[in-house]
Design a protein around this ligand. Structure first.
Ligand code: NAP
Ligand code: MG
Length: 484
């Protein structure tokens, strides 16, 4: 069994161990320790006790420790990627990339932490020095979902630790395995600086977010849980960073490179079986090119190789669990019953006895208010919609309660310029969806979240701002007695 990691020591955890399941085989790959409320208290106490020393540790020393973590991740990339593949179902090739990217995240924030400084501002009096300083917050709760257990965690703990905070990590119940294994990557940090408590959102998560000594909640997950966190955080006015759901549009103009656009739909909708917060969820295509684009997207989708992530030829991997798969399947059935046409996919593939597979599904003729067009679809579904022109596409793209990402395919700079200004999304792509760059901010508008991760913004999110007024020359000031 993999144990929890608290105060620099392995801890069995007071909860019932969690069976970790491989979505490709439905087999148990191992057991993960589960914490309870007492384990959370222990972890938060350890993090709070470690905070003053970690805050005072020179940034250069913290940076060296984070670079070391990056090196350890790279050295164990093969093992970690294999574990991620077994636990999340996604491809080995992608997971190797994500381990490397996570390592880059530690290297990046190690340096941001060393170089990010406050500023000196003009003072009201010449005898004074006015400074703006950035300070760490204290104990940060880092709560992540199951779709990218390592990457989304790195986006939180790398900047949080670099800024001088200490952390308590809660992985998703489906994917505690790789995360608990990270204890060996971080065992060179002082005890209490990084703690990992696996367990359910209901018990462990809830106890963590309501703990009065937790100063900030850094969360990636569903909008529903994010809304709950905002309500809970109000009691202590806890700081929040929320990366929530999305319903990303992709617009294809008639002047675009249509082959690239069709392939982008396939890639953007079916990567990780559509279980990506920024997956392409609504495609708006200008009417003159609608039919050929639909045909091409369906043709490319039919050719995709479905299978376990561990096999090198696999392109589309299973979904996380049967319940999630069946939920998406039900939405497809409801759409069909209402008159939508499934161009390809739409069912559980044959010849895959075990595993939570769903065929990549391309669908047209959806009613604008259907669940597949309105709510986040966390599965391999690509809905295609014909629009009269770019104007209509822009209107429909923005008509959503979400605003995480958006993509435009066009060769017209004037359209790009208007889209850049008017699209209501935090991650705005042109001719290449889902591309990420950790040197720039990631996050959403509207119900897709609050705050930003990555980039300098993703470091500042883990700091508080202090304005220092220092009277250097001293003496008694005339304005101290305004009543006299
Ligand atoms: P989820 O149900 O919101 O769970 C996310 C995490 O929160 C899990 O660790 C979960 O624990 C925990 N949790 C649940 N209830 C809690 C509570 N009351 N207090 C504290 N923690 C609680 O999301 P999911 O189903 O795992 O992941 C899918 C969602 O994540 C999608 O909506 C997707 O869009 C979103 N996502 C967003 C981004 C982004 O960057 N914007 C990236 C990836 C995914 P349990 O596992 O025990 O339930
Ligand atoms: Mg989807």
């Amino acid at each position: 069994m993999r144990t929890l990691w608290v105060n620099g020591t392995a801890l069995e955890g007071g909860g019932k161990p969690i069976d970790v399941i491989d979505p490709a085989t439905e087999k148990v790959i191992g057991q993960a320790g589960q914490g309870n409320a007492a384990d959370v208290d222990f972890a938060v106490d350890a993090a709070r006790s470690a905070f003053p020393t970690w805050r005072s540790t020179p940034a250069s020393v913290r940076a060296a420790l984070l670079h070391q973590a990056a090196d350890r991740l790279r050295a164990e990339a093969e093992t970690i990627a294999t574990e991620l593949t077994l636990e999340t179902g996604r491809t080995m090739r992608k997971n190797l990339g994500y381990v490397d990217w996570s390592a880059q995240c530690f290297d990046y924030y190690a340096e941001i932490g060393r170089h990010h400084i406050g500023r000196v501002i003009p003072s009201p009096e010449n005898s004074q020095l006015s400074l703006v300083l950035k300070a760490p917050l204290g104990v940060v709760a880092c709560i992540v979902p199951w779709n990218y257990p390592l990457l989304l965690l790195s986006w939180k703990i790398a900047p949080a630790l670099a800024a001088g905070n200490t952390v308590v990590i809660k992985p998703a119940s489906y994917t505690p395995w790789t995360t608990l294994g990270l204890a060996r990557i971080f065992d060179h940090l002082p005890p209490g600086v990084l703690n990992i408590v696996a367990g359910s959102g209901r018990e462990v998560g809830e106890h963590l977010i309501t703990h009065p000594d937790v100063r900030m909640i850094a969360f990636t997950g569903s909008t529903e849980v994010g809304q709950h966190l905002m309500r809970v955080a109000a009691d202590d006015v806890k700081r929040l960073n929320l990366e929530l759901g999305g319903k990303d549009p992709l617009i294809i103009c008639a002047d675009a490179d249509l082959e690239a656009a069709a392939r982008a739909c396939v890639w953007g909708s079916f990567l990780n079986a559509g279980q990506v917060c920024t997956s392409v969820e609504r495609v708006y295509i200008e009417a003159p090119v609608f039919d050929p684009v639909c045909e091409r997207v369906a043709e490319l989708s039919r050719e995709l190789v479905i299978g376990p992530g561990i096999e090198p030829q696999t392109e589309v991997t299973p979904m996380i669990r049967a319940a999630e798969r069946d939920d998406v399947l039900e939405q497809i059935r409801a759409a069909e019953a209402a008159g939508a046409q499934v161009l390809c996919g739409g069912k559980i593939p044959e010849n895959h006895g075990q595993g939570f597979y769903l065929e990549p599904t391309v669908i047209t003729g959806l009613a604008p208010d259907s669940t597949l067009m309105v709510e986040e679809t966390f599965g391999p579904v690509c809905p295609l919609v014909s629009v009269a022109d770019f104007d209509e596409a822009m209107q429909l793209a923005n008509r959503s309660s979400y605003g995480l990402g958006a993509t435009l395919f066009t060769s017209d700079a004037a359209k790009v310029h208007r889209y850049m200004r008017e699209i209501e999304a935090g991650n705005v792509w042109v001719n290449d969806p889902l591309i990420d760059n950790l040197a720039g901010p990631f996050g959403g508008f509207k119900r897709s979240g609050l705050g930003r991760e990555l980039g300098v913004e993703g470091f500042e999110a883990f700091t508080e701002t202090k304005h220092i007024h220092w009277e250097i020359e001293g003496g008694i000031k005339s304005w101290w007695y305004p009543w006299s």
